[in-house]
Ligand binder design. Structure first.
Ligand code: DP6
Length: 349
């Protein structure tokens, strides 16, 4: 009836990473990125309008309740500044005064160390769009464009999470070619049907470890001498990756993904201040994974974001090898490793 808006959005894992953004601009990335949509890890958001829409009044927004997990330090009735700005920029062209209540939850454990900002912001802008019935004002394509732009204001990686259908399982987010461009461009990428068999598992090495905010890390990317080398190679890699996705060239997707994860972590480790997520423990496990992959001769590759979780993407025949990997890993690091698994179309439309 226009008083409540709902939405849910998936998480995503980047194969070509977004690392580094322009200073003083809201999530304009230094380089384009391409991600795989993790349909099974979702955020669900409900936005309720508590007041009436009052035209011609002074523009104010008040929040009665904020159950968002996006920033656990945020107090009730007070939103983090980023989210506050985001909500205002969406609402004000359509309403002069509105009070909203936001309720949100994830279907993946919050303490598992998986960043929820991508799915969280994408679900939030989706729910606000639903509340305002924006589908009446925009075509489907226009709405997708605005949702991805609004989600970007919250978190860069969220711009890739507004795509929700199975055809949109691989999403690219293009950095503006001209620096002055205000908008970025996000679109789904065509892929070979064999990718529908792809599975995703995340090996959680340390669930209690709090994920340090990527926002700070992005700022330091440009302090690394390796950053320019990494970013200048990305547009070529993006072309190669899209071709490999279309042709089901698994080895090519594997090498581009693993190489870019290493490159991003090299940038992190050589910037100022330095950040090291590729710890000895993680490196040893990646070494073990590569050794077992060769032994079993299966299709599987790894990637790593700014946290201690190893994401593995693989074809079903790699399951036995991954069981072995799990077993040996736990003995090596002498503690339990939790695994969360998603199949290709899980949670997608
Ligand atoms: C390593 O999107 O979390 O996961 O834009 O500052 O919110 P903000 O950062 P965020 O950065 C994600 C970085 C990454 C790589 C990726 O997802 O592309």
């Amino acid at each position: 009836n226009g008083d409540v808006g709902y939405s849910s959005a998936p998480s995503n894992i980047a194969l070509l990473k977004y690392w580094g953004k322009e200073t003083n601009r809201e999530q304009i990335p230094l380089n384009s990125s391409l991600s795989y949509t993790i349909g099974g890890f979702r955020s669900f958001t409900k936005v309720t309008a508590l007041g009436r829409f009052l035209p011609n009044e002074e523009k104010t927004v008040s929040y009665f309740k904020n159950k968002l997990f996006l920033d656990e330090n945020s107090k009730e009735n007070k939103l983090p500044p980023k989210m506050d700005r985001l909500i205002r920029s969406i609402l004000f062209p359509f309403a002069d005064e509105i009070s909203i209540e936001i309720n949100s939850h994830n279907n993946f454990p919050t303490a598992c160390g998986i960043a929820s900002s991508a799915s969280g912001y994408a679900a939030l802008v989706g729910a606000i769009a639903d509340l305002l019935q924006l589908e009446k004002h925009f075509s489907k394509l226009e709405l997708l464009f605005w949702l991805s732009e609004w989600a970007r204001l919250g978190s860069g990686s969220a711009t890739r999470s507004v795509f929700t259908s199975e055809e949109e399982s691989f999403v690219k987010w293009e950095a503006p070619i001209l620096n002055k461009n205000k908008f970025t461009n996000t679109s789904s990428v065509k892929f070979h049907p064999k990718w529908r068999q792809l599975q995703h598992s995340v090996f959680i090495l340390n669930s209690s470890e709090k994920q340090t905010s990527s926002s700070d890390g992005h700022k330091y990317a440009q302090t690394s001498p390796l950053n320019i080398i990494r970013t200048s190679g990305i547009s070529h890699k993006l072309k190669l990756l899209q071709k490999a996705l279309l042709e089901f060239d698994f080895e090519c997707v594997q090498s581009l993904t693993e190489e870019d994860a290493y490159s991003m972590h090299a940038v992190m480790q050589t910037g100022e201040p330095k950040a090291c997520y590729l710890t000895n423990e993680v490196s040893n496990l990646i070494g073990l994974f590569i050794q077992l992959r060769n032994e079993y001769d299966v299709k599987a590759f790894w990637t790593l974001d700014a946290g201690p979780n190893i994401h593995i993407l693989y074809m079903p025949e790699a399951k036995i090898m991954l069981q072995k990997f799990h077993e040996i890993s736990q003995t090596m690091i002498e503690r339990e490793i939790k695994i969360l698994t998603n199949s290709f179309n899980e949670g997608l439309l």
